[in-house]
Write a protein that binds this ligand. Sequence first.
Ligand code: SF4
Length: 482
Amino acid sequence: MLPKFYLPRFINEPLGLEYLASAVRKDHEVQIFDSIAEGWNRYRPADDKGRFFYQGVDLKALQKKINYFKPEVIGLTWLFSVQNRPIIETINFVKTNNRNVFLIVGGSHPSANPVQTIRDNLGLDAVVFGEGEATLKELLDKGLKELETIDGLAFKKEGKIIQNKARAFVKNIDDIPPPARDLTPYNKYSKQMFYVFWFNRFKKFGFLGQKNQRRLAFFSSSLPFLEKIYYRLYNWRHEGDLQLPEGDVMTSRGCPNNCIFCAVHIIWKHVWRAHSVERVLEEISRLISQYKLKRINIQDDNFNISKERLIKICQGIVEKGHKITFSASGTYAPALDEEVLQWMQKAGFKNIRLSIESGNQEVLDKIIKKRIDLSKIPALVKMAQKYGMKVEGAFIFGLPGETKKTMRDSVDFAKSAGFDVVKYFIYQPFPNTEAYDVCKEKGYITEEYDPERIFITGNDAYVKTEEFSPEDVLNIARQLDK
Ligand code: SF4
């Protein structure tokens, strides 16, 4: 379910599901049904006011798949509270129409409170909480029996809900086979990106109306010769920014830091585990040869914690002669220096995002608890630009403990540090995070707040403190639009 302003949106391959499938496929028959990718250009209203939409195929299409595959077990991914409504509808639908199926969920949302998840959704048979691969494998290997012996599982038994002890993390994540991308409609992920690019172009011609804009975007993205012309024109104007097809890779799991608004720790705690350099290079090579990727996004929470490892990965990419571009969603500024940037440039990183969060040192040190030294950022930005990278600075506004002055400091810093692009986010109180607990305890969350309607990139403010109102947050942050 998505707010209207989000549409059309890029979708990513479901790496979590692909990892789960790869962990069990040796001994069990498994299929992935990505209901969003299967219907990436279909949107249905999710409320009367036309503010929210569902993206993807409907439940009838899911039932068709179930009738065809006849699974004994169905697992659903439940990441954020914004998915509550569609997931609950899916649970009820699947259980009503397929009584004998063993139905499980996993992901951040149920992992935060497995027992409550089952209590609220009696159609569920079990919840896999925490890291899922080994738990799912053991559950299937044991034929859905001896449930009380399986760590990381919560389940129903004789009217009671039992939560077993948490499962220890897989020590060496190289033991988990590479994601089962062959089980997903892989080409659709890039195709819909191309569609979104076209749609955003046609959006400028408001007189066409949204329906026609969509039709034209769909038509344009379906014609290979237009694709080629468009690439050339776009890359000529934007210095080679558009590189499709593109795909995702996860080279590590988790993050050792403690940013108070972050939800990464619900599953990964504060542990960082990485794939070996060899495994990462092997996966990249396979993606390039199998899917002809031109760009790879590193989807790690914190990609560059280890300088030595990052340099080795970059060196390996150079040695193998891969001529594609890379981007990383989580680049940790304190771990970057000239040597790292030099190697990143050689490997093909064209842009980096620095999540600075605040332009006020005290907010970083005492509220967010992110070890960024602001005085070093402008020089770092310059250095990355020297190596041909576009640098994006990302900031967050409206955290509990901030003041109007600290938020203005962020605006000033964002404008003066030399970033090529500045992105800002309004703080969204995600349950099960430290910042959310502070807001809850102090009564800072406004009445309009609905956990089922919040997005990481949401543009509404829901926090009101002694120091600022939601309007203050929006007014200050929007100065970055000017
Ligand atoms: S550095 Fe990023 S991933 Fe790590 S805790 Fe902070 S926000 Fe989360």
